[in-house]
Write a protein that binds this ligand. Structure first.
Ligand code: SF4
Length: 366
């Protein structure tokens, strides 16, 4: 395990590269496809560059990380963020011949019960208070879009983004020489709200072990083939997975894969652009009619509610156009689950039995 101060260029280093001792993987790339990591290490040309709008999203997410740190401090956290010009670099051996290197976002500790906010402005390693009641732990700061944020909060980081837990565990090993509890602090870029999840040390260590076992295959591949760009590891994903759709080597790895689409077997005849435009216009007209009908419905219900209140009743019968109907107040009740507390209390396997995930697909016009 090593730590050192690096320059700000360190954030732009490749996801994988060969070193004198073997292979080095960037900690934030721990969950990446192993074949894609091999393409990067062997310096293959990028065939599907990241589109400018995705780069903008990525940069906006990075730029918001200091905002999360400031929000945490306002909530009473003691946080020491990395110095962005000279970040601390940690390197941990995952397996012989393979290191994982990265730059921790921050260290610190949650507010102690009833504790006052600490106005600490020093950088990582700079503010450790002697005899601090709270031990410093790694804080991994993430920004996510609304859907990913909801998924993380509901399922917990180990199920939604296991690579981020392994990344934080790696930083803990690199900084403290042991796997302590780690904290994942996440900002929803849609609502600009943030939340956190604390992963106990044992679970963080398990995430690191799982990630190490996964990338161990790359070290073995390297030991067997050397840095041969022609000897490719197996693919981790298929053309239909989002990882491949966003992969910078898609056309190199799966020529023609980019054009594959899912066949739902519903419409076999090709639809022309003009037919699609006509369908969109019909959709817009239908939406306008629905909105106007909804407004009429809300107005009528309001009148009926006032009528009922005027009678001092919660339910009454009234003659409709075809039959007598009951007009009445009904109560609806909602139940909320505190996912932060649930995630802290249960192991990921237990949560998987309780919080299940269903994925459906639909067409949205916005
Ligand atoms: S296209 Fe898919 S399988 Fe191929 S390298 Fe990229 S992520 Fe891996």
């Amino acid at each position: 395990m090593t730590t050192a101060h690096a320059s700000s260029d360190a954030f732009n280093r490749p996801a994988a590269r060969f070193t004198a001792d073997g292979l080095d993987i960037r900690a934030s790339a721990l969950g990446q496809c192993r074949r894609a990591l091999w393409y990067t290490a062997t310096e293959q040309p990028v065939t599907n560059p990241i589109p400018p709008e995705s780069l903008t999203l990525l940069e906006a997410g990075n730029a918001l990380e200091p905002v999360v740190v400031r929000a945490m401090r306002r909530s009473g956290w003691r946080v020491s963020p990395a110095d962005r010009d000279h970040p601390v670099s940690v390197s941990v051996e995952a397996t012989p011949g393979l290191t994982v290197t990265g730059h921790p976002d921050a260290t610190g500790s949650p507010p102690s019960a009833g504790g006052a906010p600490a106005a600490v402005e020093q950088f990582l390693f700079g503010d450790a208070e002697p005899n601090s009641p709270n031990e410093d732990i790694v804080i991994e700061v993430k920004t996510r879009g609304p859907e990913a944020f909801k998924r993380w909060r509901t399922l917990g980081a180990e199920r939604s983004h296991p690579e981020s837990v392994a990344q934080a565990a790696c930083y803990s090993l690199g900084l403290f020489g042991e796997c302590r509890d780690v904290m994942i602090a996440t900002l929803d870029t849609g609502s600009r709200t943030w939340d956190y999840e604390e992963i106990p040390a044992a679970r963080a260590e398990r995430a690191w072990r799982n990630a190490s076992v996964r990338i161990e295959a790359l070290a073995e591949h390297h030991a067997l083939n050397g840095p041969d760009p022609e000897a490719l590891p197996e693919r981790d994903f298929t053309a239909l997975d989002w990882q491949c759709k966003r992969c910078p080597y898609l056309n190199l790895c799966q020529p023609g894969g980019a054009g594959e689409t899912q066949d739902h077997g519903e419409q076999t005849e090709p639809v022309s652009d003009e037919q699609a435009r006509q369908a969109l216009r019909e959709y817009e007209q239908a939406q306008a009619r629905i909105k106007s009908l909804e407004a009429d419905k809300r107005g009528a219900l309001k009148t009926l509610q006032h009528w009922l209140q005027g009678k001092g009743e919660r339910k009454a019968r009234l003659e409709g156009s075809a039959k007598q109907r009951t007009v009445g107040m009904v109560q609806s009740r909602r139940y909320a689950v505190d996912h932060t507390r649930l995630n802290a209390l249960l192991e990921p396997e237990q949560r998987a039995e309780i919080v299940t995930e269903q994925v459906s697909e639909y067409l949205r016009v916005s």
